[in-house]
Design a protein around this ligand. Structure first.
Ligand code: HEC
Ligand code: HEC
Length: 231
């Protein structure tokens, strides 16, 4: 069965290759990495790109050979293509709406060359990491909060996120005891998705399908912020 699906896959790739006017090279993979991945994963894949740090979610280390060698090419390609849509624990959007199958393939070929042998794996395997947010809604809420809200409302909820200085209005200190304890699910939901705020508010209006199913967890996390507030 495994060999059979491999054959279909190889056949599929051949079809794509013969259908396109040209084939992409390794150099194209490098260029694509520099355009789409380097901001978060860094020039060497270690995850020291600034955007990864700003979003508050560490990217993992694509240069860790012991870790990356546990993932087949197909598995890496699938993670890059679908991201959190298929692998919710990953916290990376998929790239399939920006990159073609062939582009993803060459970018992954390039990612493979970033691997450095640093000895045996010290941390969790990909399979272990895939379990990390199971039964842990609060940590998922934290990750979502860091990603969607902390840029303005601040990592500690003090309203001093890195984007706050650029926002014309001051984002409220959502993690202060008075404000956090007064938030209700329906109130936050209607504020976050309210299109009536167009032109009147400095906070982005989030598409419902992107945010609604994450809000319970985000709010649960915001409610823990007063414990750290001001510390
Ligand atoms: C906005 C920041 C960002 C960008 C841009 C980005 N990534 Fe990621 N990437 C992440 C984060 C965050 C993770 C997940 C870390 C985690 O949750 O384990 C991740 C995970 C991955 C993984 C999975 C590693 C694993 O542990 O299974 C691969 C492979 C990957 N990225 C490749 C890419 C490639 C290739 C590109 C460019 C096409 C790219 N990434 C662009 C942030 C980013
Ligand atoms: C780009 C900056 C920015 C981001 C990102 C952001 N906010 Fe805000 N938020 C603001 C600003 C600024 C205000 C103050 C009122 C305004 O301008 O709309 C605010 C106000 C609020 C309010 C208060 C509404 C009230 O009762 O006055 C809530 C609740 C809120 N944000 C929740 C969130 C949540 C949850 C997220 C993440 C999903 C988030 N915000 C992401 C900038 C941001």
């Amino acid at each position: 069965m495994f060999i059979y699906s491999r054959v279909i896959l190889i056949f599929g790739i051949c079809l794509i290759a013969t259908n396109t006017a040209y084939s992409l090279s390794f150099e194209d993979g490098k260029k694509l990495y520099n355009s789409f991945c380097i901001h978060c994963h860094g020039i060497d894949g270690t995850g020291t790109g600034q955007a990864g740090d700003l979003s508050g979610v560490p990217t993992g280390d694509l240069s860790n050979q012991a870790y990356m060698s546990l993932l087949s090419d197909d598995e890496v390609i699938s993670r890059v293509a679908y991201g959190e849509e298929k692998y919710p624990y990953l916290q990376m959007p998929g790239w399939r709406s920006n990159l073609s199958n062939e582009e993803i393939k060459v970018v992954v070929d390039y990612v493979r060359t970033l691997a450095v042998d640093r000895g045996p794996l010290a941390g969790p395997t990909p399979a272990e990491r895939s379990e990390r947010f199971k039964n842990d809604p609060l940590n998922r809420g934290k990750i979502y909060y860091l990603r969607f809200c902390s840029g303005c409302h601040g990592k500690k909820g003090d309203g001093k996120g890195w984007m706050a200085s650029k926002a014309l209005n001051k984002p409220i200190a959502i993690g202060s005891p008075e404000i956090a304890s007064a938030l209700t699910f329906d109130g936050v939901k209607s504020y976050v998705t309210d299109t009536g705020r167009w032109g009147k508010s400095y906070m982005p209006i989030f598409p419902e399908e992107e945010i609604i199913h994450k809000l319970d967890e985000i709010l649960a996390y915001i409610r823990t912020l007063p414990e750290k507030y001001g510390k």
